[in-house]
Design a binder for this molecule. Structure first.
Ligand code: PMT
Length: 399
């Protein structure tokens, strides 16, 4: 998701520095190149070795300890990063930044930075509520600096109040939103996710192993990038993603109706759902009693994707395909037969890919020929990569 993005994390002296370890781990896991700068006080809370082990790089502490000869560290660190995050940000570093004081490596880098700067305050609530701190924060906000938190709760000094550093997940989400802020702002995207269930009797049904994770990750990523997202979801146990309109359905017929209702109003459709291909010809109104052999007669469900391919106009239509063999052959066939703009083939026989796991590996097939493989990675990161491809191809198609 953050492939090759350059992020500098400044750590100041506060108990919350332990949470920054997790934040840095999350950033590195998502592919970011992270440099850590620590103030002298920060070293009392977290050993620099910990950051160095996570990032695989030297941790910068001293302004004048430049072992990379020929480079001016503070200028390099300030100029080469996409985002500078200060977490935890004490009242002291906020005051220095607001007044343009550059008396250590971190404050110098903040002053020299011409990228987005994100402060994650953490301090005693009296310090946070002090009018001087408030003025400093509003001064920094006025020149475009970002603030995440602080939050209310138990503080290190034993009192309750506003001053806890935001949780690493919240800071991480904020950082990613800065990279992808609103690039899909004018788009309406319809995504399907999860399985469908086809009833046999009041107790039993036919379904499949789709957890909805792939479709939900795509919906979350599209919403984070500013799109208006409608997620049509089969039964799953996932929380709805933020800022997404979710329509819950059960059967393939329900999904067909829900998709058709929205289809004409959207720009892009991504069909990640694992729709059951068959349903029982008859749903018994009473529970089927135990018997030695039971023959179920099945009939085809509506092929939603095929129908969309037949009626589509300006919409960019993306199908998924879960396969266990002859991936390329089946993918190209589905792409043509269903008149898709793109097909994302999922070899679900690969360990860690496909159903009910957090990772996936896919091969994207294009309408005009050619394909690209995206190796095994988290479904969240994969979603960003897939969306990048969809937007690139859609722009090409529109000339
Ligand atoms: O949900 P997860 O646990 O995260 O797993 C993700 C996934 C494996 C379900 C997902 O990555 C995936 O591959 N989804 C498509 C699964 C599938 O149903 O493949 P298919 O080859 O059977 O269908 C091809 C396409 O036609 C799909 O876009 C499907 O949504 C669509 N279809 C299928 C049948 C049908 N009756 N109507 C349809 O629209």
């Amino acid at each position: 998701m953050l492939n090759s993005k350059k992020i500098t994390v400044g750590v100041t002296g506060g108990i919350a520095a332990y949470k920054t370890v997790e934040l840095v781990r999350m950033l590195v896991k998502e592919g970011a190149h992270v440099n850590v700068i620590m103030t002298g006080a920060a070293k009392h809370f977290v050993n620099p070795l910990l950051f160095s082990a996570i990032t695989g790089k030297k941790v910068y502490i001293d302004m004048f300890d430049d072992s990379d000869s020929g480079r001016i560290t503070h200028i390099d660190l300030a100029k080469t990063c996409d985002i500078l995050v200060v977490a935890p940000a004490t009242a002291n570093i906020i005051a220095k930044a607001a007044c343009g004081i550059a008396d250590n490596l971190l404050s110098t880098v903040i002053l020299a930075a011409n990228c987005e700067v994100v402060f994650c305050p953490a301090m005693n609530s009296a310090m946070y509520e002090n009018p001087i701190t408030k003025q400093n924060i509003s001064k920094l906000k006025k020149i475009g600096c970002h603030f995440v938190g602080p939050k209310s709760g138990m503080l290190a000094c034993g009192t309750e109040g506003l001053g806890r550093m935001a949780e690493p997940r919240e800071i991480f989400d904020y950082i990613t939103s800065l990279f992808f802020d609103d690039d899909l702002k004018n788009l309406k995207i319809l995504i399907t996710a999860g399985p469908t269930v086809e009833h046999i009797d009041p107790i039993r049904y036919i379904s499949n192993r789709s957890s909805g994770k792939m479709g939900y990750s795509l919906a979350e990523a599209c919403a984070k990038r500013g799109a208006k997202v409608i997620l049509i979801s089969g039964p799953v146990s996932l929380a709805p993603p933020a800022n997404v309109d979710v329509v819950y359905v059960k059967t393939a017929e329900d999904m067909y109706r829900a998709v058709m209702k929205e289809f004409y109003n959207v720009d892009i459709i991504i069909k990640a759902a694992a729709v059951c291909d068959f349903k029982p010809r008859e749903i018994k109104s009473d529970k089927i009693k135990k018997q030695d052999v039971l023959v179920l007669e099945l009939e085809k469900t509506p092929d939603i994707l095929k129908k969309l391919g037949e009626i589509k106009g300006k919409q960019f239509l993306v199908g998924f395909a879960a396969e266990t063999r002859n991936i390329d052959e089946y993918a190209v066939k589905k792409l043509k037969e269903k008149n898709l703009d793109m097909l994302i083939a999922n070899d679900v026989s690969i360990e860690g890919a496909g159903f009910d796991v957090d990772t996936n590996a896919v091969k994207i097939f294009y309408k005009n020929g050619g394909a690209v493989e995206l190796p095994l990675m988290g479904k969240k990161e994969l979603s960003y990569r897939i969306i990048d491809e969809i937007i690139r191809c859609r722009n090409e198609k529109r000339g």
